[in-house]
Design a protein around this ligand. Sequence first.
Ligand code: HAM
Length: 424
Amino acid sequence: MYKAPRGTVDILPTTSSKWQSLEQLIRTVCSYYNVQEIRTPIFEHTELFCRAVGDTTDVVSKEMYTFQDKKGRSITLRPEGTAGVARSYVENKLYSNPETLQKLYYMGPMFRYERPQNGRQRQFHQFGVEMIGLESPYVDVECMTLAITLVEALGIQNVKLHINSLGDDASRELHRNALMKHFEPCIDELCHDCKTRYQKNPMRILDCKVDKNHPLMDSAPKMRDYLSKEAKEHFSTVCSLLDDLEIDYVIDDNLVRGLDYYCHTVFEIISDDPRLGTGSTVGGGGRYNGLVEEVGGPYAPGVGFAFGMERLLIAMDASIEEESGLDVYLMPLGKEAKDLAVQIITMLRANGYSADMDYQDRSMKAMFKSVDRNKAHFAMILGQEEVENEVVNIKCTVSKHQSVVKLEDILSYIEDHESGEEHE
Ligand code: HAM
């Protein structure tokens, strides 16, 4: 007996319709914002993630699925989508598009070697948005409103937008020095990883899961006290735009995000939905002005976010799922009826109707059960008598009305009755 690898799940037909409803809603919301889809490879050269995401991050240092291909190249299954989009933006010269602001979205599987739990898997799915080309704080807010609009459209309750600023290079340099000074006296008390972080990127100490209760964590220097004039201005414009749009948010000094490419605005959408567990992060993102250059392109500032789709599905309103059923289920009784049913079903499908039929010569009772399970609008019964008279017996499962219809009139009958609840 084979089992799916730990941290992966099969999406079975019973839940795939919920996925499709979510994907459809995402596509609709993106179209309102004029955000277009980009599809990048599921694996990339490992170096891309080390460069873009940062090799002191947990994602790169502990969680990547990395292997050598047959030519000995190091390949990694993407742990997130932003690095691949930035690589593609450069490789395909999207920066020379006359539309300076490229607004892109993606949905698809991502891979992180993490401890699986509710809403956390090793293969999971993200819906992400990347807006690349402008520094404007208006674009930060456009990203956040898109994220909030989606969460609201999904009926997810108890969500809060947390925001913070990580400032520009100058601000981060000052903050870095202050953090080093702050943690210097206790560096020996911190975990092994934090000792490396202290040297390479002390801000990462702030999101250490091992040392999170260390007494020096709470009193660590806050980024907001080190913001340059420009960074302060950028952040206050973001805040006032959110105020104007009456979007609720909290400024969260401890929000540093787990990936290295961020600067200026960072944000997370946190839900207290009991199905997810209090304080679960459904999505997060922020600005990354240096990333495109980091992966070999010109200066092209960006901002974006990603949601974990499994988490959206756990918390979304059950009513979002569209009721989808078959138009017609055909119930042939006997060999001749079965052959005729094949002709009818082909004609129905060719005319845009969804239809299925019984191939197992089952009893009427068993076939009616399939009508129910498939939520078919019409049940079409074909017995020997119907075959001889060149008619079918059509039962509408909505009105319970039953009609005998000539073969040549099937299509017009269905057309006339498909939308109406009531039949004459
Ligand atoms: P992230 O915060 O690492 O950001 O991931 C975004 C979201 O993906 C998380 O908030 C969570 O909902 C979901 N997620 C992450 N890991 C897992 C997992 N193991 N299982 C299930 N869901 C998970 C990024 O990935 C950035 N690329 C976001 C971004 C886009 N920033 C700018 N542009």
